[in-house]
Ligand binder design. Structure first.
Ligand SMILES: *[C@@H]1O[C@H](CO)[C@@H](O)[C@H](O)[C@H]1NC(C)=O
Length: 398
């Protein structure tokens, strides 16, 4: 009896112990796409070719400058075709809320490494789950012993993050001397050789306008998405589409080849500047999902939404690095201390900010936070680490 228990335990470890109330599958379930198997809760079918896809976004830049970001976790069929939007009844529109309540560490990782290039991460995550997550057979509600709504949504994102953590693409490429550059180019063969060495199999390498933009890592899975074992495999389906030579791997942020553009527009019109350095005087407006009145930042660096107020004048001063800048108001230099923004004479050294072409950025993120939406005469303290309300800040030259 004892030895049998130990075996069962070892088996559970082998497939990654499933959380209580979650799917548990036999350790000897076959690999998806490499067999047939009756139990679609322990065998991804027909979508058994699972892809973890990553982006390298430079225009505008998303995520840390030294990391690729997640695009999604996709169930391709074994021949490379795929299903999509498989169950409209399970589509979700509050992933941030669901993860906040059930998987805060996963959410935190996603807020850094799973970024939408337009700044609407929630919308991007919804698209990925609703299009792809609803097509994974092992995530279906019937696979859970006592299904709670959105349990599979949590499992989808947890697994995507867990797989992404095993794929430090930036470091792998950098170790082979393949680093972002505005002038250097690379061959498809050298990028492929490095990725293949690390993944074990060919990786699909995708370019946009000759620029390295996306990678698709392929897997078969033994057991479920939730707790199964991901085994790297050769790709099927769409091939790499990069040119064989001259591939650009551009740096993120203001080091894009398009020179940083100074914003200078008539007062009251929206500035459309390229990513880069802001310079001169302007206003900072807030935009937040679902609110037509986003408000603006006032002179202390706080967020104000009362329509009777007026935005404070900010002065942007370029730094010598050619991409970041400092901000100040009539109250003094603007600085982020711990995670709180203030503009005050006591700020002897101002913080450096960036601009991604649409939004103000700080530390590679274009999202700012508040503990609640400010109403009436309340000034909302602006934070740079996640709080219940998130917003973006646009620049309007004055
Ligand atoms: C998410 O939205 C659904 C449907 O509107 C709702 O039933 C559920 O309570 C929400 N979950 C959270 C954590 O907000």
């Amino acid at each position: 009896m004892l030895s049998r228990n130990l075996l069962v335990q070892a088996a559970a470890l082998a497939v990654g112990a499933a959380a209580a109330g979650s799917v548990s599958c036999p350790a000897d379930a076959p690999l998806s796409c490499q067999a047939t198997y009756a139990d679609a809760c322990c065998f991804n079918s027909p979508g058994g070719q699972i892809l973890l896809t990553q982006f390298w976004d430079t225009n505008p830049s998303t995520g840390p400058i030294d990391s690729w970001t997640i695009h999604g976790l996709w169930p391709d069929n074994c021949d490379g075709t795929y299903e999509q939007y498989c169950d409209s009844s399970r589509e979700v529109f509050n992933i941030t809320e669901i993860l906040k309540a059930n998987a805060p560490c996963t959410l935190k990782y996603m807020q850094t490494f799973w970024k939408d290039y337009t700044g609407d991460d929630e919308d991007f995550w919804e698209h990925e789950f609703n299009k792809h997550g609803t097509c994974m057979s092992t995530l279906e509600p019937k696979c859970y012993p006592s299904y709670q709504p959105h349990q599979e949504v949590v499992d989808y994102f947890k697994r995507a993050v867990k797989v992404d953590r095993t794929l430090p693409t930036y470091k792998w490429l950098a170790a082979a001397g393949i680093v972002p550059s505005t002038s250097k180019t690379y061959t498809l063969a050298e990028i492929q050789a490095t990725l293949t060495k690390n993944h074990g199999y060919e990786v699909i390498i995708r370019c946009s306008s000759g620029e390295l933009n996306e990678l698709w890592y392929h897997y078969n899975v033994r057991g479920s998405i939730q707790s199964g074992q991901f085994v790297p495999v050769a790709p099927v389906g769409s091939p790499s589409n990069c040119p064989s030579t001259g591939i650009k791997y551009l740096p993120k942020d203001g080091t894009n080849p398009s020179p940083p553009t100074k914003t200078s527009t008539a007062p009251g019109t929206t500035a459309t500047a390229a990513p880069g350095q802001l310079s001169g005087k302007g206003f900072l407006y807030a935009t937040t999902p679902g609110q037509s009145n986003g408000g603006f930042l006032i002179s202390k660096g706080t967020w104000y939404r009362d329509p009777s107020g007026t935005p404070a004048g900010y002065t942007a001063t370029p730094n010598s690095d050619g991409r970041t800048f400092t901000l100040k108001t009539s109250k003094g230099n603007c600085a982020v201390k711990s995670d709180t923004l203030t503009c005050d004479t006591s700020n002897t050294s101002p913080s450096s900010f960036g601009y991604d072409g649409t939004y103000l950025t700080f530390g590679n993120s274009n999202t700012f936070y508040a503990t609640e939406l400010p109403t009436g005469q309340t000034q909302g303290t602006v934070y740079t680490t996640p709080k219940s309300v998130s917003f973006q800040v646009t620049w309007k030259a004055s």
